[in-house]
Design a protein around this ligand. Structure first.
Ligand code: NAD
Length: 268
């Protein structure tokens, strides 16, 4: 691994206390990036930041960030700038899920998922882009990276609201790319399939609760086996290389793309 590949990149990552956000933060810092870890679970984000700082190379700070709040997003951007001088990349990774049979979806389920996965992505993109525009044109291309899902491109049973929220992430990626290049900002994303994280551990329990599976521990293997071409699930380490590519100069001539990292689940 090139310890300087992301040197000079200051990256704000949302939802970085655990799962893919934490793995990406560590991986970015190993390649020289400075990272601001924003999470509603600030203690978890602080633990990850401590690990990064103990290791050397890129530096890390942690901030309390509820991604659904414009004020919190603006404050996280400011904290990144205060710590590192400017912001070069925003990775909008925070996300939630809570499955429900279509006819049982209620307003609170809709609002909870749409607020975190979609509205917050828009807010984060806007606040980070606002700062990038203020910084003005730089030699480096500024980058916004959105985390979608297989659920951005294919309908899935009992996660209708999650699908709606993630299809919308694709739209934010497309529209943001068209609009923001004027300011030297690209907008890309990646779309994982089935990744063993706490999100899926919880989903596994919730799917039993709504009667989709009989026992806990069945859903991940079943979904991986029946829906992915590779017939296996993935781990955060399977995603980090693509995230680093999208943060690096190697992806400078790319915008409006969402890369599937899903073991061949969605092939278009
Ligand atoms: N795990 C999968 O199989 C999978 C598949 C496709 C896409 N994704 C997407 O990848 C992203 C990361 O998922 P993960 O599996 O690592 O999840 P995770 O549950 O392990 O981590 C999500 C993080 O987001 C944080 N978060 C939740 N609500 C927040 C809020 N309001 N403000 C700030 N932080 C908040 C949590 O505290 C947590 O640290 C999500 O957008 C998810 O939808 C996951």
């Amino acid at each position: 691994m090139d310890p300087n590949r992301l040197k000079g990149k200051n990256i704000l990552i949302t939802g970085a206390a655990q799962g893919m956000g934490a793995t990406n933060a560590e991986h970015f810092a190993e390649q020289g990036a400075n990272v601001c870890l924003g999470d509603i679970n600030v203690d978890g984000a602080k633990d990850v930041a401590e690990r990064i700082n103990a290791r050397g190379n890129g530096k890390a700070i942690a901030v309390k960030l509820d991604v659904t709040s414009r004020e919190d997003n603006a404050a996280a951007v400011q904290a990144t700038v205060d710590a590192f001088g400017m912001i070069n990349v925003g990775l909008f990774n925070a996300g939630v899920n809570k499955p429900k049979y279509f006819m049982d979806i209620d307003e609170s389920n809709w609002d909870m998922i749409m607020n975190v996965n979609t509205k917050a992505m828009w807010l984060g993109m806007q606040e980070v882009a606002r700062q990038m525009i203020k910084q003005g044109p730089q030699e480096q291309v500024y980058k916004l990276i959105n985390v979608g899902s297989v659920a951005s491109r294919t309908p899935l049973y009992d996660v209708t609201v999650y699908c709606a929220s993630k299809y919308a992430c694709l739209a934010l990626t497309h529209c943001g790319a068209k609009t923001l290049w004027e300011y030297n900002i690209t907008v890309n994303g990646y779309a994982p399939g089935i990744v063993r994280t706490e999100l899926w551990e919880q989903l596994d329990k919730d799917l039993v609760e709504i009667g989709m599976f009989e026992q806990e521990g069945q859903s991940m293997e079943h979904v991986a086996r029946t829906l992915t071409t590779m017939k296996k699930l993935s781990y955060p380490d399977d995603v980090k290389g693509t995230a680093a590519f999208l943060a690096s100069p190697d992806s400078d001539y790319m915008t409006g793309q969402m890369i599937q990292i899903d073991g061949g689940w969605v092939i278009q």
